[in-house]
Design a binder for this molecule. Structure first.
Ligand code: ZN
Ligand code: ZN
Length: 98
């Protein structure tokens, strides 16, 4: 679906950014899986780096989009399918200190 079509055929309340959960009024970016982002949110999700506590698989924010239909909008690990097990590198670094 093209950006123009999405702007025309959806209302802002349903056009929610996958990263921040806010309506997208402008700077819409459509990720290849069809998820919608603010352009700035897309860029920052791409830079995020997660590692799963279950399978130790790594991914970026785009590979594990938040699920806003669930409480707390958890991320699902793209490697093992576990929900809410992805931790950022800051978490892993602090964990090693404990
Ligand atoms: Zn956003
Ligand atoms: Zn995993």
């Amino acid at each position: 679906m093209s950006r123009r079509k999405i702007y025309r055929e959806t209302s802002p309340e349903t056009r929610l950014c996958t990263a921040c959960g806010e309506p997208i009024l402008r700077n819409l970016y459509i990720e290849k899986d069809g998820n919608l982002y603010h352009y700035g949110c897309y860029a920052s999700e791409k830079e995020k780096h997660f590692k799963c506590i279950e399978c130790l698989g790594e991914c970026n924010g785009l590979e594990a989009p938040r699920d806003w239909s669930q409480p707390g909008a958890p991320r699902t690990c793209p490697h093992c399918g576990s929900i809410g097990t992805l931790k950022n590198l800051w978490w892993w670094k602090n964990r090693e200190k404990l």
